[in-house]
Design a binder for this molecule. Structure first.
Ligand SMILES: Cc1ncc(COP(=O)(O)O)c(C=O)c1O
Length: 399
């Protein structure tokens, strides 16, 4: 299937989807596919959620856009609701994960300038993913994302993920640091879950040094891991937190939330977005919050995640091709011992959509709205396909 006249930025599977419902996507041939990763954590309420669809169509008939030169009631309501969920004091809305991370980076730099640090640095992690704009791809710890786009943006210092001593060492050596930016669980980085003391340790280091703790919860947020923010499980409160992906269940909206002194940093004219926080996006995000609260989906993410991981452990743990099975709530990773990119095509032929990250990690981000039976069915299909692949792989001649 030719890409033209689209610019060739994506490696795509040869399938065209026409509509979706819950955990299913339907292609133009009428074939249905089980979606195990919901557009990489976007459609957390499943495809075509009726509450979100209704909110979008209703709002589209009233007011789609009104400039940020004016007040917007829905924006204020959304800010209040999301700040309540995340223990934050203020919100800035934009249209993607990269944009809200750019906002967090600008906020941290401005905070540094206000403290007299004219050349501020932000500590970022190896294997992190923060987006594809120039600043966020610089913050991203993956050379494949950066290659060919040099010169990168200055003002970032890299530390290994889950290594508090490395951050302490930077604190001693670099007086220009103003913030640490980190994902509570690295998604693109292979569903990498740090030691339970990592986030509390970063919180302590940031507070001691007067740095801001910026948490990128673009993938882990929106109730996916069993709490509204994944960091709430670590019992810490960041200074800044970013959300996108599941925040609008497919409507492109993200939030940069700030608390305490961080919420006072940006002033009028310091940042902006034409589309950010438009009434349509706010209506979608409010409908997502309604459905999440009314459906008890935060708790469901935990229950379903435990259910699936137990099933995976029961049927896969100990197999010679399984390296690890891990996850929190409905953010799960099954790491194989070998790179497994062909698994995606094999699964597609079987009507299952799988996502592989870090070459050998099957990343599962299913909808929070699944029933118990649907979660069991999805887990069983994934187990079946992994076993099929492993059996195929054993039969394949070695070079
Ligand atoms: C943790 C994290 N941050 C930021 C982004 C970038 O979000 P977007 O693609 O909406 O710009 C992603 C996307 O995968 C992500 O996983």
């Amino acid at each position: 299937m030719a890409n033209q006249p689209l610019l060739n930025t994506y490696g795509r599977l040869p399938v065209v989807f026409e509509h979706g419902r819950g955990m299913w996507l339907y292609d133009t041939e009428g074939q249905r596919y089980l979606d195990t990763f919901t557009g990489i954590a976007v459609s957390g309420l499943g495809h075509s959620h009726p509450g979100v669809a209704h909110a979008i169509s209703h709002q589209a008939e009233r007011l789609t856009h009104c400039s940020n030169l004016f007040h917007c009631k829905l924006q204020q309501e959304l800010a209040r609701r999301v700040c309540d969920q995340a223990d934050m004091d203020g919100a800035f809305f934009a249209n993607s994960g990269a944009e809200v991370n750019e906002t967090a980076i600008k906020l941290a730099r401005h905070y540094g300038h206000q403290r007299g640090i004219t050349n501020p640095s932000i500590i970022v992690m190896e294997n992190a993913f923060h987006g594809r704009t120039l600043a966020t791809l610089t913050a991203t710890g993956n050379q494949r994302v950066q290659a060919g786009f040099e010169p990168l943006v200055s003002g970032f210092v890299r530390a290994p993920f889950d290594d508090l001593k490395a951050v302490e060492a930077i604190a001693e050596a670099n007086p220009n640091v103003v913030a640490v930016m980190v994902e509570p669980i690295q998604g693109e980085g292979g569903v990498a879950i740090p030691d339970p003391d990592y986030l509390p340790g970063l919180r302590r280091i940031c507070s001691r040094n007067n740095w801001l703790l910026l948490l990128d919860e673009v993938q882990t947020g929106n109730a996916r891991t069993g709490t509204y923010l994944a960091s709430q499980q670590a019992g810490i409160i960041p200074d800044v937190v970013t959300l996108a992906k599941g925040f609008g269940n497919g409507y492109p909206i993200g939030a940069c939330l700030a608390r305490g002194k961080a919420a006072e940093v940006l002033g009028p004219g310091s940042h902006g977005s034409t589309f950010g926080g438009n009434p349509l996006g706010c209506a979608a995000a409010l409908a997502v919050l309604d459905a999440t609260e009314q459906g008890g989906l935060t708790e469901r993410a935990q229950v379903l995640g435990d259910r699936m991981i137990n099933r995976f452990r029961e049927h896969l743990e100990g197999a010679e091709y399984i390296h690890a099975i891990r996850g929190h709530g409905l953010m799960l990773g099954i790491e194989l011992t070998e790179p497994c990119s062909e698994l995606v095509l094999l699964a597609k032929v079987q009507g299952i959509l799988l996502n592989i990250t870090r070459e050998r990690v099957i990343r599962l981000l299913p909808p929070l709205t699944m029933t118990d039976d649907e979660a069991d069915y999805m887990a069983d299909q994934i187990i079946r396909i992994i076993k099929l692949y492993a059996a195929d792989d054993r039969d394949r001649p070695r070079q």
